[in-house]
Design a binder for this molecule. Structure first.
Ligand SMILES: C[S@@+](CC[C@H](N)C(=O)[O-])C[C@H]1O[C@@H](n2cnc3c(N)ncnc32)[C@H](O)[C@@H]1O
Length: 422
């Protein structure tokens, strides 16, 4: 039996990343949902793993594959229920293939075709067009030119039959990704592979559907991620490794994993190369039993003292000179002004003052932090506030980070390395 695999070429397809992504899947889960399914590289791989006995039989009894591209989803539906008819139609396209024929078929309008013919046209164009791109004009008409292939493989009957078997019992629906929230149950695994946030303003960006996936969409997706996390699901997301995307997921205690992909950046071969991409997980992939729900929890810091001890330990581990309760002048009424922790690089003598702020539950420490940040401005050395505990409200926390003067204890190690150039 051949392994199931994508039968389409798809921008951002995950086939080349499977060996890096596989160790990151939860070890056990219930249902599986892929709301940006594209060519379904991950679903087919999970299916193969399950068939190979890697997952318990209870895994993936419910599977939902969705995408906003109706032409794509129609294809899955036809493969699922009419694979032999589809093979027949594709064989006809393969026989007739020529430049002239390509442009004729491209000119057909999906709305005038029955679903079987639509699926055959879609696969035929995908196999013969330039780079397997999917792009439509403002009227929704497919407008990619023909690719330059001497002998394109238009039909692989076994591949389609295997895909058809894999899709048995799977629900395939055209819908926007956020509707996944209505379908999931606790213990389900959701893999998000959205159109990536561009790495730079000038980076080429492929719009898969008529509506591009912009910053607002990226933000809304991070909110859906969080809601799924709170429901007790295992959530995994791929995106570009960019400051904007990292910021969307950073402060909720999720795991960030780097994977490396060879991406065709543009048609210029010189610009191909390994690109660092981001995977966000709300569970610990090392755990063998069922992962561990993070539910937005960061590692526990028990008290203000504990926070300060942790700050000191991080500084010492980095071999900085660490002193606590350092006097820096007097306040207006004569009381000493103290800095919680001062760290100094033993060689360069570069110094940093740290104010530790702990908040466990609904208090109001966070509201006072802007004043603290202001006070830090009067110190004779640079300073930051380090936050610990789960009690900070998300919005205020984001605001504090945006000042560049507040750092979460979880990020302090990295932050200090950057600051001191270690
Ligand atoms: C990066 S691709 C997914 C690639 C897929 N993982 C694979 O291996 O081929 C992103 C997919 O998201 C779909 N998409 C874009 N916007 C969407 C939205 N708002 N809701 C659902 N799907 C969307 C696109 O049609 C495209 O198939």
């Amino acid at each position: 039996m051949i392994a199931a695999k994508p039968f389409l070429k798809w921008a951002g397809g995950k086939s080349q990343l499977l060996t890096q992504l596989e160790p990151l899947f939860p070890k056990k889960f219930n249902g599986y949902h892929e709301p940006f399914v594209g060519s379904a590289a991950i679903f087919f791989h999970l299916y193969n793993l399950k068939r190979g006995g890697i997952f318990p039989t209870t895994v993936m009894k419910r599977v939902g594959l969705t995408d906003s591209n109706d032409e794509l989803i129609n294809c899955y539906k036809v493969i699922k229920s009419q694979v032999e008819d589809l093979i027949e139609r594709l064989a006809k396209h393969a026989k007739k293939h020529s430049e002239d024929y390509y442009y004729r078929v491209r000119g057909w309008l999906p709305k005038d075709l029955a679903s079987l013919e639509r699926a055959a046209r879609f696969i035929y164009l995908n196999k013969t067009c330039f780079n397997g791109l999917y792009r439509v004009n403002s009227k929704g008409q497919f407008n990619v030119p023909m690719g330059n292939y001497a002998n394109p493989k238009i039909l692989d009957a076994d591949e389609l039959r295997t895909a058809s078997r894999a899709l048995r019992g799977v629900s395939v629906v055209t819908t926007a990704y956020e509707t996944v929230l209505q379908r999931v149950e606790k213990g389900d695994f959701i893999y998000f592979d959205p159109p990536y946030h561009p790495r730079s303003r000038t980076a080429s960006f492929t719009s898969y559907t008529e509506d591009a996936f912009d910053r607002q969409h990226q933000f809304e997706l991070s909110e859906v991620f969080k809601k799924l996390d709170e429901k007790g699901c295992f959530v995994m997301l791929s995106n570009s490794w960019t400051p904007d995307v990292l910021d969307l997921y950073r402060y909720r205690g999720y795991h960030f994993i780097a994977v490396h992909a060879s991406r065709l950046i543009n048609s210029n071969a010189d610009r191909r190369g390994k690109i660092k991409e981001l995977v966000v997980l709300n569970y610990d992939p090392e755990r063998t039993e069922g992962g561990s729900m993070m539910s937005g929890k960061r590692k526990a810091v028990a008290s203000g003292h504990d926070l300060r001890d942790k700050v000191v330990a991080i500084g010492e581990k980095l071999q900085l000179d660490v002193r606590t309760e350092v006097k820096v002048g007097k306040r207006l009424w004569g009381a000493s002004r103290l800095i919680d922790v001062v760290m100094t690089d033993k060689t360069t003598r570069k110094a940093l003052g740290i104010e530790c702020k702990f908040q466990e539950g609904g208090g109001s420490v966070d509201e006072k932090i802007p004043t603290t940040i202001n006070d830090i401005g009067a110190w004779p050395i640079s300073g930051i506030v380090v936050l610990g505990g789960k009690g900070f409200r998300e919005h205020l926390r984001s605001y504090l980070y945006s000042t560049g003067k507040a750092v979460d204890i979880e990020d302090l190690d990295d932050w200090l390395k950057l600051y001191f150039g270690l």
